[in-house]
Design a protein around this ligand. Sequence first.
Ligand SMILES: *[C@@H]1O[C@H](CO)[C@@H](O)[C@H](O)[C@H]1NC(C)=O
Ligand SMILES: *[C@@H]1O[C@H](CO)[C@@H](O)[C@H](O)[C@H]1NC(C)=O
Ligand SMILES: *[C@@H]1O[C@H](CO)[C@@H](O)[C@H](O)[C@H]1NC(C)=O
Ligand SMILES: *[C@@H]1O[C@H](CO)[C@@H](O)[C@H](O)[C@H]1NC(C)=O
Ligand SMILES: *[C@@H]1O[C@H](CO)[C@@H](O)[C@H](O)[C@H]1NC(C)=O
Ligand SMILES: *[C@@H]1O[C@H](CO)[C@@H](O)[C@H](O)[C@H]1NC(C)=O
Length: 885
Amino acid sequence: MGDQKSIQPFLLLLLMLMLLNRLSQLWAFPFSPSLDLDVTPRTTIFHKGMLSSNGFTGSSQNYSTLLLEEETGRLYVGGRGALYALNTSNISTSANLTIDWNASPEQKKQCLNKGRNNQTECHNHIRFLQRFNETHLYVCGTNAFRPLCVYIDAERFNFSSGFEEGRDRCPYDPAKGFTGLLIDGEMFTASQYEFRSSPDIRRNFPFPTLRTEEAPTRWLLEADFVGSVLLKESINSSIGDDDKIYFFFTERSQEQVAYPSQTKVSRVARVCKNDWGGQRTLQRKWTTFLKARMVCSVPEYELHLNVLRDVFVLQGRDVQSSIFYGVFGLEWKNIKASAICQYAFSDVRRVFEGPYMEVQDSKWREYTGKVPEPRPGSCITDVHRSQGINSSRDLPDSVLTFARRHPLMAKQVHPVDLRPLMFKRSVNYVKIAVHKEPALDENLYTVLFLGTDEGWLHKAVEVDGETHIIEELQIFAKPQPIESMVTSAVQRSIYIGSHSGVIQVPMSACQRYTSCYDCVFARDPFCGWDGRVCVEISSRPQRSNLTQDISRGTRGCKENPGNVIHRRRAVMSGDDVLLQCELRSNLATPRWTLNGKELQGYGLSTGYRVGTDGLLIIGARTQQGGSYRCFAVENGVSVLVYLYTVKVHTDPYFPVEPTDSTEPTTISSPVVFSTASPTEQPLPSPPAPLPPGANFQTYRHMEAIYISLVAVLGGLCLVLTVVLLYVSFCTRRESRSRKFSHQNLHVLGSSDRKRSSHLELKTISSHCNGRQGRRSISVPTFGDFNDSFLQIIPGDDQMSPAKTPPPAPPLPNPPPLPNMDYANGLSATLPSVLRKMNGNSYVLLRQADPEGMSPLYHSFTEELNRILEQRKHTQLDMHPDESSI
Ligand SMILES: *[C@@H]1O[C@H](CO)[C@@H](O)[C@H](O)[C@H]1NC(C)=O
Ligand SMILES: *[C@@H]1O[C@H](CO)[C@@H](O)[C@H](O)[C@H]1NC(C)=O
Ligand SMILES: *[C@@H]1O[C@H](CO)[C@@H](O)[C@H](O)[C@H]1NC(C)=O
Ligand SMILES: *[C@@H]1O[C@H](CO)[C@@H](O)[C@H](O)[C@H]1NC(C)=O
Ligand SMILES: *[C@@H]1O[C@H](CO)[C@@H](O)[C@H](O)[C@H]1NC(C)=O
Ligand SMILES: *[C@@H]1O[C@H](CO)[C@@H](O)[C@H](O)[C@H]1NC(C)=O
């Protein structure tokens, strides 16, 4: 027995050392605590909490193509094997029209014989759906790898013609990047159409069709197209300019770039609408094709986001004031990060008027020689016409030969302010829509709607060059990428298409904000407080009594005691008690006072721990009784949310059972505490102080406690071993995916280190045990605890420097785990709600409702609280423990 006693702790120590060593490898990844530009969504709305959204699901899936026509009040939807015409005011209404258009069984069979996937590819996916003329739409579908196109009578919503060959207009592959425009009866498309063909930008009709050039210089290299737009630059042009079509894509980089680990570059290309190709040189090829690189980098991280995922063009009053927004990501699939960059078309034009690149000694270099006249790549203008050049066919061969070899511009297109409008790590935005909304202060605010690859929508507002994410909404309960998105200013709705259906979401849902502070702090340009409720300001003709503060999100609200929740707590001296204080906003931080005095320091020595959902009093002492106030501090304003009156009893009349030696074991029972962080020092809670007069039992007790202690330690050992294996398994997985060249290592090192917190989160809930991974996904319920662990995820703790730090008390910013001190495991498991601290990463985990019964989720804290309460109930049965006043 004595041997065992000495060996056991030794083994444990060894294990602990191994574990700490392992973890230090995980956590001590070098990173500079410089800037943290990540933006935290203020509120998180889960699917259940979505208000007034309308859904549409037809018999098909993959609702990837949307065409919104405000004038006719219709939203046309192209899905897999079907087309729909929905009512924009409510897409759920039953009056919707449908055209079924499936690939024929023979065609499906042929597709199957080609080795294609019969579940996804061998169907008719609608890829192109646009207005052709006043009466007709034009549609193309992949038709099980044999594309077809057809005209549709828009009013009756049926086919009005026979099918046309679609092989040069529509990609075969439903997942291949594709963009197209139908302008004045002319069709322009860009894609890699066939299975093995080169990517191409085409004018499909009318005759003559035009294409990009392949020799001697390939104009496009594995291009993946995301968007295109027509800018009518001929309107009011003083030089008789032509309209231009811009294409946006990512392609393999041809030129030398500064970061050799990246193989792709984002591009904008343009052609002139009235290009007719050359006479001898560049016959049936574009004579005006030019492309340039688009840059979207985060200077602080030296991070170059090189993959363009989507664009949204915001047309200004005139073309020159038009701007576009690009959503960028990284080419490594295993790293989630997004940046939104904003570009001015005037900058794009300047780049296209600048120097060209040229291949010299098989390297792309800036061309410094003489440029022929008229300038290659420019549209036909009055200057050309005055020289007798009426169309591209009249261009001299020298110009066309030059154009053929110089498709790439030397200068890059940089974003406005040379930096992203917004950077978000661990989220992949895939779609963007931009809306301008006038606020109460009469300013026009830019509202960004961003769709993620997991079915979430982020709504953000740009204020003085900074982006504030008002909310994140879980549009689709099942994680799936958002495939298409359009906004209607008339219906004040966003229509979102995805694999499983189309959802219509109102641009604002002000009634979700329940207090003046909530309404004002949100900084939502759509919403204002009218003294009673938060309302859509557009719904009020009389606006003078409304309160809104977009620029700062602080002003206009008065103290409202009605919103304060008042509770009483009675506890025994020496007990632990949790005072809950959950904050609705992810940007708020808690602040606690006792009897009006600031609670200083939440360390162990003070007997307090604070989490984002409450304050834990550890081993309550008499002087810790009193009146506790919890304030939510947001935008520098403190708002009282909870008031607790705590009484600490030392009353000897309360029967305290002296024999309760199982008590500490209960508290550190494996169900609760062995599930704690693997880094936790597995110190069991100290044995409860023995009541006076129990001396004769002390020896027996000590022994019993010691044995149970050893048993618990043994149990912990086992759990830690499992965790160790688990962690090492996950680390190996992680390290396998870390294959960056040294150039990016520094950068990615830092983001990687930060990422590791997310990885850790995923490790808990997803990757390693196969659960769905995302922060919105609940942490395992109690039943799952045996094969998972719950822990505080260290925050990416720096606060955004741009925001003024609230005068909050020193918050226990979750430090890297190894430095964490633990009382008895309580602190490690205290927080329960998955949310972010100011430092912008998800710190806490929300626990799933074990029975799925409670409408309110049922947090781990509450569970812990209940255990604590139960313990007290056994002691304090006569005092109702908590009552609302
Ligand atoms: C859409 O629904 C609204 C109200 O339900 C109705 O007034 C309108 O006529 C419908 N529009 C179309 C195009 O059917
Ligand atoms: C839209 O129509 C559906 C079905 O008719 C109805 O249940 C829903 O309440 C409507 N939504 C709105 C916002 O009117
Ligand atoms: C698709 O092919 C698999 C095997 O090749 C077959 O089992 C399945 O039934 C097919 N599904 C359809 C919808 O044809
Ligand atoms: C629109 O185009 C269709 C298909 O070519 C044609 O049948 C129809 O007459 C056109 N309508 C108008 C108003 O030009
Ligand atoms: C279509 O939807 C299914 C899920 O319903 C998805 O697996 C598939 O990738 C989608 N196909 C395309 C081309 O988006
Ligand atoms: C261009 O058009 C002008 C007037 O329309 C005409 O006089 C001239 O001959 C044309 N030039 C060529 C090269 O076709």
